[in-house]
Design a protein around this ligand. Sequence first.
Ligand code: HSE
Length: 437
Amino acid sequence: MASRTIRIGLIGYGVVGQGIVQLLSDNAATIEGRLGAPIEIRRVVARSPDKVREIEPPEGTLSFDPDDVLNDPDIDIVVEVVGGIEPAKSFVQKAIESGKHVVTANKALLAEHSELIEFAESKGVDLYFEAAVAGGIPIIRLLREAFSSDRIIALRGIVNGTSNYILSRMTVAGLEFEEALREAQEKGFAEADPTLDIGGGDAAHKLTILTTLAYGARLTPDRIPTTGIEDVTAVDIHFANRFGYVIKPLAVARALDGGKLDLRVHPALVRRGSVLASISGALNAVYVEGAMLGPCLTSGLGAGALPTAMSVVSDIVDVGRNLLVGAHGRVPSRAFQGEHLKDMEVQDPGDHRCHWYLRFTVRDRPGILARIAGVLGASTVSIEQMVQEGIGQDDGPVVVVMLTHTSLERNLMGALEEIATLDDVVEPPMALRIEED
Ligand code: HSE
């Protein structure tokens, strides 16, 4: 095996960039032992000289010009931790063009622009992205390598730490949504634009990548039916608990008979005591069901400087190993060889069947329950349990919560539209799926 130094250029010096520098310094000896060569940080590109940095880059490496990395012929691997689409996309493109290998943590970029992976393959360079999904959890490697002999039946993940943190704090500490979001932001889990977290966009990016790896599906995030957590209230958390459930932000991919995929990102009720119910705070988890293996759970921190840096640096080590033996492209980035990737049909959300949690806010008038039940019944939605809490004082509204038997989403949504127009229904009904694992 060739013995030489692996030289990297780091573009982006925020939380993750600084974590990478710290980790490479703290774990240098262990990493060299595993790789068989030292890793040298040749250049660190930060956005601005004025930004306060907790970890100083190695002496003489700091620059503010990405071309100092992209045009340096001695740099083997470009590490992109800028985030977002542009200018990160141009950096990655230029790096590949000049024959450099790339390690990135950028889920939005890979989910929206998988052509970059094809470009890397055509140029014979590695493009690795373990940190792009669930931060420190090695789910990409798991799907790409450990599951290469299995068929994946289903994959259910909690892949947005901010959303999980918010719902957990609302559950455990009784916080309001806004308060819990503020806490998550202070702790640094949230994206610069937190609507990506709470609106489900971040989870949809991650599910796009996971689905490609699990099923060999060519996919873009806009094909994933996505609902955020912003409409979940303390009242929903209270009633879910009363029925024996907790509310979790889920990303689901399932193979259906007939070759379609069931893909969904949404908050859902999961049974208290189930595997995913125990994944609390900012933790992420991915629960994979293999046809041969059966269930397999991975859980850990999906964000934060060192957990994310751990995944990035492990990718650097992998690419470094490939460099040392000249084995680029040995493991396909998307788990499947390019020619075996396929366009797969995504199930119309209306065709999804599950149990539902429904919350109605109504004026406590004679007959209102019968009218709601009548509309549900006419749509073949059958009520399994029901509870009304509180007494409507001075004509004030009361909350009625129902759990349904398995119902078709199309039928249920049609019924809710009609119920929303009934006299004495004072708020749009809330519906949450119940997910069984
Ligand atoms: N904002 C993301 C989350 C972290 O909350 O999980 C990075 O993917």
